[in-house]
Design a protein around this ligand. Structure first.
Ligand code: F0G
Length: 446
């Protein structure tokens, strides 16, 4: 799809962002020139995907589209059982309903916010076991998404087995900056979890980008095909949740895939309650067709190389213009270290959000805060949780923008960095929801 985008004036943007309560989620898309809010559902579908949509089978039960999706999932991931869901968090909702209970602990590598939300909503806790290197943007580590095995084993040792329903490994690790997990780490996590009898679930939204990084960075994988790598990755998991809006390049869709037939049966009940019958689960037949095709396109080396290189192009330009960014660059986004840009703004005034607003004012570019607003409050003490990193994420939609757009974004942010000392204050909260506040928060400019 080709869509029109329109530039706006600084005066217009000042008015719009004020009306939006200084929350970029509240802007209308027409008020945004270049939209790097997310890579989720914002990709452009291919000719093959659009034509697959025309063959969608909209039968309630047993649609051919369901079987097409089932075959593609088996082929790409190796899992025997699958349940369609309307998106990734729905997959979490269904699977966690079958697996997590009050008081449980769920270790993992910097769980994504909806994942954490679904864990905490069940009065269980998510324990972050990511390696320490992930929290220093200037340290190079090829696999900053890795799970720290000592931290993980401590969780296993300190909690009875029945309180640990699963380990969640997020590939790539979004919260840590779109950072990959190595094959070696996946293998080791699986071995350790197996020793303690705990299943491993991959949160797989960007599994293909993770496979690309393994091919590029891990010894022994340079000559392997992406699909071979993907199959090996999933051999170290007992199941997966998927937001297909990322690496399956569709606008809407998700799924759960599993080895265990018993767990599949249990999860099926929740799928029917929350999503729909097990052969469509919240998806149209046409969307399942596009998803099946997207799983193949999303795991092609040439496509992945083009995509990840475009993200790196943005990262390179930002560095050139003096913007501090998480390195190595992530697969789907560049994460700007807002604390380094605005060290003079107190953390209570939301540094990364302040930077996101400034970038919008500067050039009509919409990024997203991955910082204190997103980290939310501690569910027990209700105090703000200040995360190790205050990041502004610039997320690149798949097959949508050109490098010229990326250059524009880098220039705009470079300008903000140049005038950072003129940015004197941040924001306070006027309204916030009790959970996942960043989506609907309203702020006041100090
Ligand atoms: N897991 C990860 C790692 C994600 O990045 C997301 C969504 C989800 C699960 C939930 O999937 O949106 O289909 O319900 N991430 C988007 C983002 C929203 O902007 O990073 P969903």
């Amino acid at each position: 799809m080709v869509e029109t985008i329109k530039p706006s004036s600084r005066d217009e943007r000042e008015k719009w962002i004020r009306e939006a309560g200084y929350n970029l989620f509240n802007l209308r898309s027409e008020q945004v020139f270049i939209d790097l809010l997310t890579d989720s559902g914002t990709g452009a579908m291919s000719d093959k995907q659009w034509s697959a949509m025309m063959l969608g089978d909209e039968s309630y039960a047993g649609a051919s589209s369901y079987y097409k999706m089932k075959e593609a999932i088996k082929d790409v991931t190796g899992f025997d059982h699958f349940l369609p869901t309307h998106q990734g968090r729905a997959a979490e909702n269904v699977l966690f309903s079958a697996m997590i209970k009050e008081g449980d602990v769920v270790p993992g590598n910097a769980h994504f916010d909806t994942t954490k939300g679904h864990i905490e909503y069940r009065k269980a806790s998510a324990i972050d076991c990511t390696i320490n290197e992930a929290f220093d943007t200037s340290v190079y580590h090829p696999f900053k998404g890795n799970v720290d095995l000592n931290k993980l084993e401590t969780v296993f040792k300190e909690n009875p087995r029945e309180k640990i329903p699963m380990v969640v490994v997020t590939i790539t690790c979004n919260t840590a900056g779109g950072q990959p997990v190595s094959m070696e780490n996946m293998r080791e996590v699986k071995n350790l979890a197996q020793k303690y009898g705990v299943p491993v679930i991959f949160d797989s939204a960007r599994f293909a980008e993770n496979a690309y990084f393994i091919k590029e960075r891990e010894e022994g994988y340079e000559n392997k095909e992406i699909r071979e790598i993907v199959r090996e990755m999933f051999s170290y998991a007992d199941g997966m949740t998927m937001s297909s809006k990322k690496d399956a390049i569709v606008n809407m869709g998700g799924f759960i895939a599993l080895n265990d037939a018993e767990l599949f049966r249990k999860a099926s009940v929740f799928n029917i309650i929350f999503e729909g019958f097990i052969t469509y689960g919240g998806m149209s037949g046409r969307d399942m067709n596009a998803l099946a095709e997207g799983l193949y396109e999303g795991t092609e080396y040439d496509y992945l190389n083009t995509r990840v290189s475009q993200v790196a192009f943005l990262g390179g330009k930002l560095k050139e213009f003096g913007v501090p960014v998480q390195e190595p660059f992530g697969g789907h986004a560049i994460f700007v270290d807002a604390r380094k840009v605005l060290p003079h703004i107190p953390k209570e005034q939301f540094q990364a959000q302040t930077l996101a607003i400034e970038l919008y004012l500067e050039g009509g570019v919409r990024g997203v805060e991955i910082g204190t607003l997103l980290a939310d409050r501690d569910p027990v003490t209700r105090e703000n949780r200040y995360p190790a990193l205050e990041l502004l994420r610039l997320t690149v939609p798949r097959r949508v923008y050109t490098n010229n757009h990326m250059l524009y974004v880098a220039t705009a942010l470079g300008n903000v960095v140049e005038r950072r000392n003129e940015i004197k204050t941040g924001y306070t909260i006027e309204y916030e929801a009790p959970i996942m506040r960043h989506f609907t928060v309203k702020l006041n400019k100090i």
